[in-house]
Design a protein around this ligand. Structure first.
Ligand code: HEM
Length: 170
């Protein structure tokens, strides 16, 4: 005598369970995923670029940092700044809304972390832009290239730690 009815289909049950457990692949899901991928990608571009400038090029002097292609890096700093702010704000709004809709609004600690992360990011964007700038002020900042890159890279590390901490809230 079998424990299961004659028409019991274990595979169908497993497939149902897997579908129920996995994410609902729809439009909003794809946009959220894209926004996270874009955020991480441009975090790598600006963070990695600053790290490479600090660890490899800056010890050889400010002129060695851009190989006469300063404007190319300046353009990427601008593009990364735009996409990090856009995807960051979108991620923030969606996480706050989602938590509220689930009846468990994110605590003030989350918003405080976001605020600190945003200010640190503005500092990183400023340093990356001014070091790649064409003004006399940019020349002055490049005079202390190593120190500004140290500060910017330390801020990038702090931003990544805060991003990982924020993720633990949802
Ligand atoms: C240098 C600039 C930045 C870097 C290197 C950076 C890096 C990161 C990283 C690595 C994460 C974790 C990604 C994940 O696991 O999904 C993250 C998450 C996030 N970032 Fe940024 N980010 C930067 C700027 C910004 C800006 C300007 C904003 C806001 C306008 C922002 C808002 C967020 C939000 C809301 C999250 C999601 C946190 C969560 O899971 O609750 N980020 N960021």
């Amino acid at each position: 005598m079998s424990l299961f009815p004659a028409d019991f289909d274990a595979f169908a049950l497993l497939a149902q369970a897997a579908e129920a457990a996995g994410p609902q692949i729809d439009g909003p899901f794809v946009i959220r995923l894209l926004s996270r991928v874009v955020h991480i990608m441009f975090a790598i571009i600006i963070g990695g670029g600053l790290f490479y400038l600090r660890a490899v090029l800056a010890p050889a002097g400010a002129d060695a940092c851009f190989a006469n292609r300063r404007t190319v890096w300046a353009r990427w700093v601008g593009i990364a700044t735009f996409f990090l702010i856009a995807s960051g704000l979108y991620n923030y709004i969606m996480f706050v809304r989602e938590a509220k809709a689930a009846g468990a609004p994110l605590p003030s600690a989350y918003h405080m972390l976001f605020g600190v992360k945003f200010l640190l990011a503005l500092f990183v964007f400023f340093v990356a832009a001014i070091l790649a700038g064409k003004t006399s002020l940019a020349d002055k900042f490049r005079g202390n290239m190593g120190r500004w890159l140290n500060l910017a890279w330390t801020a990038v590390m702090a931003i990544i730690i805060i991003g990982a901490m924020m993720r633990t809230y949802h």
